[in-house]
Design a protein around this ligand. Structure first.
Ligand SMILES: [Zn+2]
Length: 467
């Protein structure tokens, strides 16, 4: 059957062809293959800079980046806050009618065990269309996209309404010294920013297509605790019923049996609704009305028995370090265990501690906080940037679902949100769960395709928000 094209359709076809050609002109001005080749080459070079932390030695990465910024005439400055440890900031100026956007990446990487890798972790070698190296996913890849965006804005970008600030920091993997130093000493350079983009986005590539793009808008907060039980010491041949070890074990059992209350935060509720269409029934309907569904104890129990969902819905506790006697035949006078507690945004550590003490039910067991607690926070999603990320993602990957993510882990967004900046974890890097195993693991790698496409997709979002 022949189809007769009616006039309004012709008009709308014509309009979309015109729109397409305008878009194409804008995009085609840029010699993408040249910049994408450059991105792959710079990715390899960046991965060869060994910034394993400890000791970090991020000054080498800062110098590497400085050289490139200098070559391209981009204003930049290194801050070596102690020997070998450095941050770098670079800036492309806008007319100031909008507040800046910060592209934040940490330059340090976790250590690598070369014997467990297929290639030298600092070789930046390309094998089977993957670029290998410690930091290829966490997070020199995103640093590279930020760097390429600066280069592209400098040579190809439109007039900007806001400053675009590149910020490379030291020590994220250990103590956040780099960002803490910048915020304490150089905040004037960036504290008026409206937005910040950094790591934390959690995207899913499955069967060759992008299924989920997760923008990290909140993270849980580590609240690490140590329990210390003390008691009568003695010889192992003559047991002490309420010894330090025995009392500690009983307390740990009560902790293991404790089900912390389920709480559904708005960002998490949104996530379940967004991913509902990907589920089969009855899960699809249950996710779509998750707040209602969680009221059914059977459903709540089965959902929280899955690790990937449990942490989204409650404060969690993992018993990690244990210590008692150094000898089999000695009953120690003290025994300890450490708990890796992660609190939901908005939770009070004092309230949690009070509840935990009730569960432990043994006033002689001392409970101490052993980390620097940073109150969890979150960013709102009714922003121009969030809308833009969602729109661009759908243009580039029509089947993808864009959703909010709350991370179980911590990112530096927490620090910058305290300055009033809207901070998101997002990057157009699409990985399979198998590739994700390289993060802090062995054979960390990024596909060449990700680097090439990511360069364009990231640039387009930053360019658009900064027009
Ligand atoms: Zn990281």
């Amino acid at each position: 059957m022949r189809r007769v094209i009616s006039r309004p359709l012709v008009v709308s076809l014509l309009a979309s062809v015109l729109a397409l050609s305008v878009y194409a002109q804008d995009g085609d001005r840029i010699d993408w293959p040249r910049y994408q080749d450059m991105a792959v080459d710079l990715m390899q070079q960046y991965l060869r800079v060994n910034t394993s932390n400890p000791p970090g030695n991020e000054i080498e990465a800062a110098r590497f980046l400085k050289k490139i910024f200098d070559q391209h005439g981009i204003e930049n400055e290194i801050f070596e806050y102690k020997p070998g440890r450095a941050n770098i900031i670079a800036r492309i100026k806008g007319n100031g009618s909008k507040r800046p956007i910060i592209l934040l990446s940490h330059m340090d990487v976790v250590t690598a065990e070369p014997a467990s890798w297929e290639v030298d972790p600092f070789s930046g070698v390309i094998k089977n269309d993957y670029i290998y190296g410690r930091g290829a996913l966490d997070m020199k890849n995103e640093g590279l996209l930020h760097l390429m965006t600066m280069i592209l804005l400098k040579h190809e970008g439109p007039a900007l309404s806001r400053d675009v600030i590149f910020l490379g920091t030291a020590d994220e993997e250990v103590n956040d010294e780099g960002s803490l130093w910048m915020i304490a000493n150089k905040a004037d350079l960036f504290k008026n920013a409206e937005y910040l983009l950094t790591e934390g986005g959690d995207n899913l590539l499955d069967g060759g297509s992008v299924k989920i793009v997760g923008v990290d808008v909140a993270e849980k907060a580590p609240f690490w605790l140590r329990l210390t039980a003390t008691g009568l010491p003695g010889h192992g041949s003559r047991p002490v019923a309420d010894s330090a070890t025995n009392r500690l074990i009983r307390a740990m059992n009560r902790i293991l049996d404790w089900e912390t209350p389920i709480k559904l935060l708005p960002a998490v509720e949104q996530f379940f609704k967004d991913v509902a269409p990907l589920q089969r029934e009855p899960l699809r309907t249950q996710f779509a009305k998750i707040r209602e569904s969680l009221k059914a104890p059977v459903f709540a129990k089965s959902l929280t028995s899955q690790r990937e969902y449990n942490f989204l819905l409650r404060n969690t506790i993992s018993i990690t370090m244990l210590s008692g006697s150094k000898q089999t035949n000695v009953i120690p006078n003290a025994a300890t265990c450490n708990l890796d507690v992660r609190l939901l945004p908005g939770e009070s550590p004092e309230d949690f501690l009070t509840a935990l003490k009730t569960v432990v039910a043994d006033p002689s067991i001392k409970i101490d906080n052993v980390n620097r607690f940073k109150p969890p926070n979150s960013s709102r999603i009714d922003t121009e940037l969030f809308t833009l990320i969602a729109r661009k993602t759908k243009e580039n990957h029509p089947g993808a679902i864009v959703t909010t993510k709350m991370l179980s882990g911590y990112t530096e967004s927490q620090l910058y949100r305290q300055l009033g900046i809207v901070a998101y974890g997002w990057a157009p890097i699409y990985t399979t769960p198998e590739e994700d195993e390289g993060v802090h693991g062995n054979n960390e790698r990024i596909s060449v395709r990700n680097v090439r496409q990511g360069t364009r997709e990231f640039y387009e979002v930053v360019k658009e928000i900064s027009r």
